[in-house]
Structure formats: C-alpha cells, structure tokens
Ligand binder design. Structure first.
Ligand SMILES: Cc1cc2nc3c(=O)[nH]c(=O)nc-3n(C[C@H](O)[C@H](O)[C@H](O)COP(=O)(O)O)c2cc1C
Length: 156
C-alpha cells in the first residue's frame, strides 16, 4: 500500500513549470500558484488546471467564468510564494495589469494565457478547470521550475 506522504514524494519527481492562475469577479481579485497547468487540446484550444476545493479562489474562478494562467520566469519565485500563501493582499500595485477582458495579468511573466471557462470536472479533492484559450502572449526569458518540493532553474 502507498500512503499520502509517499504519493507526494513520488509525484515530486515529476518536474514542472510554475504558473499563477488569476481571476476577478465583482471587483475581487484572486490568484493561486499552480503546477497542475497542462495543455489539453489544439482544436479547440484547451488548457487545464486542477484547483483544490479548499482554495479561497475556487468559487471566484467559477463565478467569473474566466481566468488567466501566468507562467512564471526564474526571477519570479517571490510571486510563486506569495500566491501560494493565504495573504489577503496578493495583488500589489504595479505587479499586475487588467486585460481588456478584466483579468489581472501579472507583469513580467514568461507567458499569459487568458481562458474562458469551458468545463469543470470533479477530481477527488480538486476540481479540473478546462479553459478555452481566448488570448495568449509570451516573451523571452527563462522558466521557474518546481521539482521535489523545491524551486529550480534550467541548468543550460
Ligand atoms: C509550486 C506550487 C504548486 C502548486 N500547485 C497547485 C495546484 O496545481 N493546484 C492547487 O489547488 N494548489 C496548488 N498549490 C497550492 C496553492 O497555491 C495554495 O494552496 C494557495 O494558498 C491557494 O490560494 P487561495 O486559497 O488564495 O486560492 C501549489 C503551491 C505551490 C507552491
């Protein structure tokens, strides 16, 4: 049998990028750090993230019906830590820009993907959010990586 801590330890061997999912509804801005971001489909263009049912952002993501995925650069570990916390003020002045769709986009990220919520699916203690990509942009830089419970940079 495998217990939860062993499961976490084994899954930690899968290296990922780090992104922050952001959204806004009725003037309330929410955001959380996620490593569960995945490209799902090309036609239509779909991406997915898995969000814990306990996340304070969960209800707002559904109510807003849209969200952005901000892919962090290696200089933005502080944003990953901030958006993985329970701080009430995650959005400080100058760190984000509202898109024409009203989504908060984090400044200086490697890529920004705006999604319309397409479907939610149950996934145990998480909800799988499938989003249809409505806008996307990227810039030069190097990614922040997460591996075995720690932050890393590309070695090349
Ligand atoms: C590197 C990293 C990856 C994470 N990935 C996820 C994830 O994929 N899904 C999730 O629900 N939480 C994930 N978390 C945890 C959330 O960021 C954390 O619970 C956060 O406090 C939730 O914020 P909220 O309660 O304000 O929504 C991750 C945390 C870190 C540090």
């Amino acid at each position: 049998m495998i217990d939860e801590s062993r499961f976490r330890q084994v899954m930690g061997h899968f290296a990922s990028g780090v992104s922050v999912v952001t959204s806004a509804h009725e003037g309330k801005l929410v955001g959380l750090t996620v490593s569960s971001f995945t490209s799902l489909s090309l036609s239509p263009m779909l991406v997915l993230v898995c969000v814990n049912l306990q996340s304070a952002s969960h209800a707002t993501l559904i109510a807003a019906g849209q969200y952005a995925v901000n892919i962090l650069s290696e200089e933005q570990e502080y944003l990953s830590r901030r958006f993985a916390s329970h701080e009430s003020e995650k959005f400080t002045v100058g760190t984000y820009t509202l898109s024409p769709r009203g989504l908060p986009l984090l400044n200086g990220t490697l890529a920004q993907i705006e999604c319309r919520l397409h479907t939610t699916l149950p996934g145990g203690d998480h909800t799988i959010f499938i989003g249809e990509v409505v806008a996307a942009s990227c810039s030069e830089g190097r990614p922040l990586l997460y591996y075995r419970s720690g932050y890393h940079h590309l070695g090349v």
